[in-house]
Design a protein around this ligand. Sequence first.
Ligand code: NI
Length: 263
Amino acid sequence: MNRPMIFDTHAHYDDEAFDPDREELLSSMKAGGIGTIVNVGASIEGLGKLVEIVEKYPFVYGAVGIHPDDAPKMTEETLKEIRRISRMDKMKAIGEIGLDYYWHKEDGEHEVQKKMFCSQMDIAREEKLPFMIHSREAAKDTLDIVKEYMRDGMYGGIIHCFSYGKEMAREYLGMGLYLGIGGVATFKNARKLKEVVEYAPLSQIVLETDCPYLSPEPNRGKRNSSLNLPYVARAIAEIKGITTEEVIETTEKNARELLGISL
Ligand code: NI
């Protein structure tokens, strides 16, 4: 049997941090044990590059969406563009979408973020695609919106870079959603997340990098890439008292099932 390959559900290889060596790096993934990557949209300007990367590499799939940081810049045209791109064969989700009250504190901004979050959730529902959610210091509003959509025939999704506690995890797990776990799980001071990892069933966890951000220990602070995911898988295995292979194999299966990507 082949060794299980890692599935990175959340990477940003369109980011300029990868301009110097994108091609070389992506060509080294198979040898590094990385089987599949979802490149996730974030900025409006990055959408072209996202499509380019997804079309170029057979093992790279896409999620299309705009991050809450860019919500104030979004127009009807942006939403049309997201819908158009989402219909490409290799686009498997709408993301990353959601709410970020950490960087954006004003009430007016929160309203704009909520409106664009919901408009993109509408696209996910109508195009029958799962969603990938970014939520930072916006626990209640995110949960309210996700609950409402899940009652209304959504396909499912991932709460990316999960940063809340066990109570919030219970809510999302109860709706059948997945938690995206990345580099933070390896940090010494990440007690809250380690509790969540211990609590969540492996059948509802997926691996992610959020690269170029959030490099795991021992590479914390450096540019991240999918090649660092073995450190995250090992950290999850240690917390749960299982083997790293089991973590890699199950999280890969979870991601394939949710995103509809067969081997
Ligand atoms: Ni991200």
